[in-house]
Write a new protein. Sequence first.
Length: 267
Amino acid sequence: MPTIEMILVLILVGAATGSLTALINIAPTFIAIPALYFFLPIVGFSFDEVMVPLVASCVAAFIPVHLYAWIQSMKQGQVDSQQLINFAPGMAMGGVIGAQLLSLSSAVLFKICFTLMAVMFVFKIVFNKKLEKTPTLTPAKAANLPIGLVVGSLSVMSGNSGTVLANGMNSLLKIDQSKRDGTTHGLVVFVSIAALVGFIFPAKPTIMMDGMAFAGAIHLPSVLFLALSHFLFYWLCRQRGNDLDKRVLSLSVTLYVCCSLIRFWSA
């Protein structure tokens, strides 16, 4: 079991990610992974030692909210089912591959992938209106699987589960604005569940002292506390906040992500 200090950290991180995901619909790992990176030394862990369990546990913990949001969007008819059919199989396969590759990767490679996703996220926040004017992407059917494989594997290797790349892909495909978030949540669910398979049976076993608390690389107690807190605060904060609140939060999260990247590479 995690220590009392670690449980408190997980609950606070879950509260922050749940609230922000509900209000501005960001990838929760952009908050969770840097926050845990900062707090791990305080509770006696090194990021390099627990990188794979940390990412695997975050991916598992955030599945319930993505699933809930996807189901709600489907009930309201706000999901582009054709795009799910086109890209979900490849992204799911990429999720498994990404989890396997992450178990073989170093912390430096993970930081590179995470930084790439973070830069794309910041770029989209800053230049969102200009990106809407880009030409429509219409890939051939034969390209759907390779695109999905790349998106899924790179997303999991960066600990992102597909939110950033799926959002970008939906923008390029010019999916109806009302259906983008629901479609993204659906794709993330496929990637995350597939990634769990890779994390339960990682290519390189993770040796931890308390092995009974793990399912492969997934630390079950941490998943429980993080998932419960994340879902509770998501549910409490959904459909709240005005446009000004959301703009301020988006700016704050952007600054947080930028500062996190500086901290990542200056450590």
